[in-house]
Ligand binder design. Structure first.
Ligand SMILES: Nc1ncnc2c1ncn2[C@@H]1O[C@H](COP(=O)(O)OP(=O)(O)OP(=O)(O)O)[C@@H](O)[C@H]1O
Ligand SMILES: [Mg+2]
Length: 213
């Protein structure tokens, strides 16, 4: 059954400009991990921004779990969409510890629940021993795992990842790639991974979509 649905989405930056995304459609099953491959500038990041609600499409609609996020008449604000994002630069808050970073997006639940969720996330990414450390005291791969835990903690409806390996060297990337694959499967979360690396997509994803300009 379709869980995520994007129908005939069109978008261009500024009014007179040509469409970066033109009548783009995509359907994803619950728990599926989709890879988006394409050359630089083809619109991969723009596509994720549209899903996250950071841009508004000119036409088309997006639904998750039967709920309309955007169409001609609706626009759900980014913070109300239940979308988790991981960008290439991990973007952990440098002045917050691992635990504080993971807790950051957890609102509207009791202190006890927050504590439990934190434990659960730390275990998932195997970082329980590091909860009091600051980002600069971690390796690139460890920071990557914390970023993943932070994105997953609020139980997003979908996880969007934009070139999450671009800051890692080749050796570390290989390891993280395997870790990420296991983590995504363990968390059974519907995800979209944007990359220009075919091997990344082939290793991690259930299905690969190629974007062209
Ligand atoms: N804020 C913006 N204003 C105007 N044009 C933009 C803006 N952001 C991106 N673009 C243009 O939109 C097109 C798609 O950009 P996008 O960032 O989505 O590409 P991408 O596929 O993610 O590329 P890369 O692999 O290099 O990250 C490009 O031609 C880019 O120059
Ligand atoms: Mg991009």
């Amino acid at each position: 059954m379709t869980y995520f649905q994007m129908d005939e989405i069109s978008f261009g930056y500024g009014t007179g400009n040509r469409n970066v995304i033109h009548e783009f459609s995509l359907r994803i099953q619950q728990g599926e991990i989709i890879g988006i491959l394409g050359q630089s500038g083809c619109g991969k990041s723009t596509l994720l921004r549209l899903i996250a609600g950071l841009e508004e499409p000119k036409a088309g609609r997006i639904l998750i779990g039967g709920r309309t996020l955007v169409d001609e008449r609706h626009f759900v604000e980014p913070e109300q969409r239940g979308v988790g994002m991981i960008f290439q630069d991990y973007a952990l808050f440098p002045h917050l510890t691992v635990a504080q970073n993971i807790l950051f997006g957890l609102h509207g639940i009791s202190k006890k629940e927050r504590g439990l969720r934190l434990e659960e996330m730390l275990e998932l990414v195997q970082m329980s021993e590091y909860s009091k450390r600051y980002p600069h005291e971690l390796s690139g791969g460890q920071q990557q795992r914390v970023a993943f835990a932070r994105a997953l903690a609020p139980r997003p409806a979908i996880l969007l990842m934009d070139e999450p390996f671009s800051n890692l060297d080749a050796e570390l990337k290989k390891k993280i790639r395997e870790d990420l694959k296991q983590l995504l499967r363990a968390a059974t979360i519907t995800s979209i991974l944007v990359t220009h690396d075919k091997e990344d997509a082939e290793t991690i994803c259930d299905r690969i979509i190629r974007m062209t300009r």
